[in-house]
Design a protein around this ligand. Structure first.
Ligand code: ATP
Length: 605
């Protein structure tokens, strides 16, 4: 299925490139804001009310000056103050309401998007993760959503507010004094343009400065994670030097930014107050000439400052909106990426009692990333329920690929694969996987307790079942010896387990799952004799009464297998029992001598 994943090269994008060229992707967020339209409407009402109240201040100022001060009337002044307090009350209430409602919507929408994206990411097929770096997905879930939160929660509203204030301010200016308005309109670019240009440079430098800090973080992360390799290679002085160079780069960029911000502060103050002074001077003369009243001049000044402020902030707001649009575009693209492996509209059902038979008919599969060479070619296979099958073959023969297809991580391009007689393509992948347990070569231990690690995938199991599974997998003994027994935290920041212990946890996990089909990839690393015996014993126990397919690396496994399949270049080149295949000589005999570490030389014959 052709699909358009998020561009794989955007993870280290500078914020400049991460911007969208249009604001239209923001419209795609409507789907997430729509459920909260009631609150959104209220927030908009509050926003407009706050802007109108702010504009009304100008009129109150005018009344205070003209009716109260100039007319020398205490009553009028009292009345004006009352009016002022009324406007303040409306303004304060609507600002508080707007701020709360918009923040709520911003946080809510981002929480919904995070959940939707993560749930969708979990459903994407394995092939997707071969072409996308997980770091990129994490960036989507953290930084892109954080950016959207700011955009939805404040920037959009600020943009609307600034537009209302700029337009409203202009109308009020024109109403107050058309002549002065013409002057202000001529003057605004003189004030805004230089400030905007320097401001643009400041923003670019601060983003660069953040990028430099990101570089520092990435370097620390890489070296400290690999501290053993760093120390073993005596790489510390070199790393300290390289890190130092990066820190200095960050400092230099930060200093350039500081110079630009200092310049901005100076120029902006100079221009703003210079402009106010000029309006006051021209307006003052107009007042003296009796063209306008003192109140009108005060109101005029108020609107001019309001308008200039709003126009000035628009460029920054648009920049932020474009970055938000970029984030929205990437997130929505991810959400619209269709998984290549999906349940069919009407999935077939497996029998109530799954027996665990497997059949492959002319099975041919090529990995999407390597369409030229088939990883499996024309494989014909019939595995009976309860059969123990060992897969043997040189590296790259296609053993793991067969597992991937059995788990329906991919669909074959030709032929078909059935489980209990049902074509895998017609099954819901999770309905199929429920009947399969996988014990990988190097099992994953999650950052959770020992009991939770065994329960992984069978969450409904009770404590007694977990303990029984652990006992059957010979994991019970070492778990009991852990500081808090089954409650001991395992994984990266907890107790680290040895290879053999990890395998036994994985075996216990598989026993608890009680699957019809067991896929086992035997560890290649040699365990000590005692661990080996425990693991082997646990595995034999696990295989009883179920179909098992094992990528074999041990003599005991091939000896006990009902059938050995020898794979080479994606084809089954021989099959039979161990002794038979050895007697035939050929690839199996050669592989046996090389692969089974525990095979005495004599047995290879
Ligand atoms: N995700 C992938 N994308 C592209 N090609 C792949 C992918 N995984 C495996 N291959 C290729 O498919 C072929 C079969 O690989 P597979 O992993 O099934 O071999 P294997 O027999 O399990 O090998 P090993 O014993 O080394 O694990 C190899 O040529 C391999 O390079």
């Amino acid at each position: 299925m052709p699909r358009q994943g998020p561009a794989a090269d955007t993870v280290n994008d500078s914020p400049e490139r991460a911007r969208s060229r249009h604001l239209s992707p923001l419209l795609r967020l409507l789907r997430f804001t729509w459920p909260y339209r009631g609150r959104l409407l209220l927030a908009l009402i509050a926003l407009v009310l706050a802007a109108v109240a702010l504009l009304a201040f100008g009129q109150v100022i005018r009344a205070v000056v003209d009716r109260g001060l100039a007319a020398d009337s205490p009553q009028a002044l009292n009345l004006a103050l009352g009016l002022f307090l009324g406007v303040v009350l409306v303004f304060a209430a609507s600002v508080a309401m707007r701020s709360y409602l918009l923040n709520w919507i911003g946080e809510r929408v981002v929480a919904d998007i995070r959940r939707a994206v993560y749930t969708h990411a979990l459903a994407l097929d394995v092939g997707f993760y071969e072409t996308t770096r997980t770091g990129e997905l994490i960036a989507r879930l953290t930084s892109d959503t954080a950016l959207l939160q700011v955009v939805v929660g404040s920037t959009l509203a600020m943009g609307l507010r600034s537009a209302i204030l700029a337009l409203g301010g202009l109308v009020m200016l024109a109403v107050t004094s058309p002549k002065l308005t013409a002057l202000v309109l001529l003057g605004i670019p003189l004030v805004i343009l230089p400030t905007w240009l320097i401001g643009h440079r400041v923003r670019r430098l601060s983003r660069q400065s953040q990028d430099r800090i990101g570089d520092i973080g990435a370097y620390v992360d890489e070296t400290l994670h690999a501290i053993r390799t760093v120390q073993a290679s005596c790489h510390e002085p070199l790393d300290a030097e390289r890190y130092g160079a990066r820190v200095e780069e960050a400092f230099t960029t930060a200093m350039q930014r500081s110079v630009a911000s200092a310049l901005l502060a100076g120029v902006a103050s100079l221009l703003a107050f210079g402009a106010i002074g000029t309006v006051l001077w021209i307006g003052g003369h107009a007042v003296l000439a009796g063209e306008i009243s003192g109140g009108e001049l005060s109101a005029f000044l108020f609107y001019a400052v309001l308008m200039a402020g709003s126009v000035g902030s628009l460029s920054e707001i648009v920049g932020q909106l474009l970055r938000g649009a970029g984030a929205a575009e990437r997130l929505m693209e991810l959400l619209e990426t269709a998984p290549a492996i999906q349940p069919p509209p009407r999935p077939s059902a497996l029998p109530r009692r799954v027996a665990g038979s497997i059949r492959a008919e002319r099975l041919t599969f090529r990995y999407p990333a390597r369409p030229e060479t088939p990883a499996l070619a024309n494989v014909e296979l019939d595995i009976a329920p309860g059969e123990r099958v060992a897969l043997v073959g040189p590296s790259g023969a296609g053993k793991s690929t067969l597992f991937h297809l059995l788990l329906r991580f991919y669909d074959p391009q030709q032929g078909r694969l059935t489980f209990d007689g049902v074509d895998l393509r017609t099954l819901d992948p999770s309905a199929l996987r429920r009947h399969i347990a996988v014990v990988p070569q190097d099992p994953v231990i999650f950052g959770a307790s020992a009991a939770e690690n065994i329960r992984y995938g069978t969450e409904s199991a009770g404590d007694a079942q977990v303990h029984a599974a652990a006992a059957a997998a010979h994991a019970d003994v070492f778990i009991q010896r852990l500081p808090q027994g089954y409650d001991t935290f395992l994984g990266e920041r907890g107790v680290r387990l040895s290879g053999g212990e990890r395998q036994r946890i994985a075996i216990a996990r598989a026993i608890l799952r009680d699957p019809a089909l067991l896929l086992l990839d035997e560890a290649t690393s040699a365990l000590d004799a005692e661990s080996e015996r425990l693991v082997q014993d646990a595995l034999s126990h696990l295989m009883i009464g179920r179909t098992s397919v094992v990528i074999a690396h041990r003599l005991a496994t091939v000896r006990e297998a009902d059938r050995i399949l020898v794979l080479d270049h994606g084809r089954i080149v021989a099959q039979g029992r161990h002794a038979q295949l050895l007697a035939q000589g050929g690839l199996y005999a050669r592989l046996a001598a090389l692969q089974f570490q525990d095979l005495p030389a004599a047995a290879v014959g």
